[in-house]
Design a binder for this molecule. Structure first.
Ligand code: AOF
Ligand code: ZN
Length: 369
């Protein structure tokens, strides 16, 4: 197969993997294309948890035509018994001759052993084709497997002069409809939506995902609140919605805890006085199999996360309006003595979303330990 054809089929497999972005949590979403004599004979992507992996879906579609084919897979095939059987065995049983995967599976139960098993059984194996795109699709899963904590994206909607709300707190609606729809798509593909208690008290948000192109099998994100002193009212709107709400707290007083638990919240005590240790919050989210966290917080929580180096990516929506110096900013940070102390970002992507701008950027250096 020519390198051009390999890329073309892998690009197709990546497109299939993207179909699972809102439905495979906590599993990675994977695409697989089976090709024999230059023709696609089967393809598939990861089913929701407990269902067939991409390879098995593609093999089922191909039937006997899988024999002698090349499998283009966006993630290394698994070789362990999880909720489903090892894909390596299924590929071998079907007589697949060559496996091209984009990136390895960092799950310690796989981590190279999948490709090794295939290679030892005489299958031609390759890894690394279009690796960066494959990484981008499963950034959260890879983060959880390699760092034990989720990939953290912080979303901020602001005016072009970087203001998120008026001094009064009024912030609805700074950005336009298209940006709000984009935010719901991001929420839908995240494992958790996280905010601080300040946002709960000020805005009483739902924190759920309401994408207008709702995909089949949408797995609603976990809703997480950082609430050091347990000030969340048991009547908070988010607690009345279906799905799980976790409240991280540094206070564990039963008088506050009981009514919240009665309202359906799960209380997760973490260390920290007076404020929750945010590193622990993320570690705990990792233990809860959260791959990506979508933060929608005010300046206090965003500042604390940023200062601790816990934000992996900023997703900024900037509306073409100005709110002036008295309006609120994005991050509460300790004052800087000089520009040399400022936090540098690298911009990955800039695009227009309706009338607004969307900037995706990554913090480069950590401000404080
Ligand atoms: C693949 N193809 O499409 C996916 C893989 O519990 P299970 O059986 O669903 O296994 C989950 C693990 O399988 C997951 O942690 C990851 O290592 C791998 N995901 N592997 O071959 C797929 N989604
Ligand atoms: Zn598998």
């Amino acid at each position: 197969m020519s390198p051009g054809a390999d890329r073309q089929f892998m690009a197709r497999a990546l497109g299939l993997a993207r179909k699972g972005l809102t439905s495979t949590d906590p599993n990675p979403t994977v695409g697989c294309v089976l090709v024999r004599d230059g023709e696609i004979v089967g393809e598939g992507w990861t089913a929701p948890v407990g269902g067939p992996h991409a390879e098995r879906a593609a093999l089922a579609a191909a039937g006997a035509s899988a024999r002698g084919s090349t499998a283009y897979v966006t993630l290394e095939p698994c070789c362990h018994q999880g909720r489903t059987g090892p894909c390596t065995v299924a590929l071998l049983d079907a007589g697949v001759a060559r496996v091209v995967c984009a990136t390895g599976d960092p799950n310690p139960l796989v981590n190279g052993a999948g490709l090794r098993a295939l290679g030892e059984a005489g299958v031609a194996v390759e890894q690394g084709l279009m690796e960066q795109s494959a990484h981008e699709i499963n950034k959260g899963y890879i983060s959880r497997m390699t760092r034990g904590r989720p990939w953290v994206r912080s979303k901020i909607a602001a005016s072009l002069d970087g203001r998120t709300a008026l001094q009064s707190g009024e912030s609805k609606w700074i950005t336009a409809d298209a940006a709000r729809r984009d935010v719901h798509r991001w929420r839908a593909r995240s494992s958790a939506v996280l905010c601080g208690v300040g946002t709960v008290l000020a805005d009483d948000p739902s924190l759920n995902a309401r994408p207008d192109d709702e995909a089949d099998g949408l797995v609603q994100p976990l809703r997480a609140i950082v609430d050091s002193a347990l000030r969340t009212p048991p009547s908070a709107h988010t607690l009345s919605l279906p799905g799980e709400v976790v409240i991280f707290t540094a206070a564990n007083a039963a008088v506050r805890r009981a009514p919240l638990e009665a309202a359906g919240a799960r209380i997760e005590p973490v260390e920290g006085r007076p404020r929750c240790d945010l590193g622990q919050v993320l570690e705990r989210l990792g233990e809860l199999e959260v791959n990506d966290v979508w933060v929608e917080a005010g300046a206090t929580l965003n500042g604390a996360l940023l200062e601790r180096g816990l934000i992996d990516e900023l997703v900024l929506y900037l509306a073409p309006r100005l709110l002036g110096d008295d309006a609120r900013g994005m991050f509460s940070l300790a004052p800087l003595a000089s520009l040399a102390e400022s936090l540098e970002l690298s911009i990955d992507d800039v695009r227009r979303v309706g009338p607004d701008l969307r900037i995706r950027a990554r913090p480069g250096t950590v401000l404080a330990p």
